[in-house]
Design a protein around this ligand. Structure first.
Ligand code: AMP
Length: 185
């Protein structure tokens, strides 16, 4: 039986952000996933960084899975024309379905939603509930303050130093490409 394609769950903003690098790198990520034969699992919205990543993946012939709660279909312009499309009742279910159908997590620039998603998978990892790699793409240095916050939390005695080992900060697209190539096998 052929090996099933591996899936990468992308957590990212429903807005484009203010620096053009966020959207351009999102586009590059979508293309890269498709070229490596990796399926994009995402929030199914056609807006912001999320929409841009998926449009690029689809344009490059990649497979996609989108998961969106009913109440966001309009606000986030949910796309049904995906390889797999799932509508959930709640935000919690959305995160659960996205996570369950992915082999690794990639965080691109985003807001409170992306932070919520990142910290959830990070805390699950801390508790030993999974061993999926968590990557953060530091587009335009956007996530520097997040890493500084995690370091500060550790320095203040609220987490073990191992917390910092549960995710990998990727400085640029080249670093991401190397990781994805290893991952695609
Ligand atoms: P943001 O980073 O705030 O632009 O949000 C990114 C995505 O995360 C959007 O699709 C939001 O709808 C989604 N989101 C925000 N909060 C949650 C949550 N608690 N659970 C699941 N998805 C969320």
């Amino acid at each position: 039986m052929p090996k099933a394609a591996r899936s990468i769950c992308v957590f990212c903003g429903a807005r484009p952000g203010s620096d053009a690098v966020f959207m351009s790198e999102a586009r590059a990520v979508g293309t890269m996933l498709a070229q490596k034969g990796l399926r994009l699992v995402y929030g199914a919205g056609d807006v912001g960084i999320m929409g841009e990543t998926a449009r690029a993946a689809i344009a490059a012939g990649g497979d996609t899975m989108g998961v969106i709660p009913t109440h966001l279909m309009q606000a986030e312009q949910g796309r049904r024309d995906l390889g797999t499309f799932v509508i959930t009742e709640t935000m919690h279910e959305r995160k659960k379905v996205m996570f369950a159908n992915s082999d690794a997590i990639l965080v691109l620039p985003g807001g409170a939603g992306s932070l919520d998603e990142f910290f959830e998978v990070l805390t699950w990892r801390q508790l030993g509930l999974h061993a999926k790699p968590i990557y953060i793409l530091n587009s335009g240095g956007y996530w520097g303050p997040l890493v500084a916050l995690v370091d500060y939390v550790i320095a203040q005695g609220f987490a073990e130093p191992s917390l910092r080992e549960f995710f990998t900060l990727l400085p640029d697209l080249a670093a991401l490409e190397t990781r994805l190539a290893e991952f695609a096998g």
